[in-house]
Design a protein around this ligand. Structure first.
Ligand SMILES: [Zn+2]
Length: 157
């Protein structure tokens, strides 16, 4: 049976929720973990988005340049990660972007974990909208001046 997009999304979110937070400390060198925490507390994850089949959640991280981290489940059904940007992640050691993304995701799914140094409700809501797969309808609009990226008439089917 082919899983529905909702089931795929839920499988990934369940795997991320089940991921042991303490393992994050063991996924990279001390220096990289510390840098990951700094990026996390600096609110460096700027968005979350799903692919069409909902088999992969992508986080965008803004540093000096923007990196993309993919979150998915492997064949064993466990949470798996890859950074498509810096090339520093290996099988045994993750890059700073993966560490930062995991800290952000764990805090979003389980707010008691890795509390933000300066909690920001709007930022949190914006990221949660991306994780829930409904970024088009954020609970609160920051501004009414936002314009669609292109006029509706130019969207082709
Ligand atoms: Zn990276």
């Amino acid at each position: 049976m082919i899983p529905t997009t909702d089931q795929r999304q839920q499988t990934i979110l369940n795997a991320l929720t089940a991921f042991p937070p303490g393992r994050i400390y063991l996924m990279a060198s001390k220096e990289t973990v510390a840098r990951g925490f700094r990026l996390y507390h600096g609110k460096s994850v700027v968005s979350f988005g799903w692919n069409t089949s909902r088999s992969c959640l992508t986080a965008k991280i803004r540093e000096t340049r923007t990196s993309a981290v993919n979150l998915f489940v492997n064949k064993e059904g466990n949470a798996a990660f890859s950074c498509s940007s810096c090339g520093e992640s290996t099988e045994t050691s993750m890059c700073v972007h993966v560490i930062c993304t995991l800290l952000t995701v764990k805090n979003l799914l389980q707010p008691e974990l890795f509390r933000q140094a300066k909690p920001d409700a709007d930022y949190r809501e914006m990221l949660l909208a991306g994780i829930s797969g409904d970024p088009e309808k954020p609970a609160k609009r920051r501004t009414t001046l936002e314009k669609p990226e292109r006029p509706a008439s130019s969207i082709s089917r």
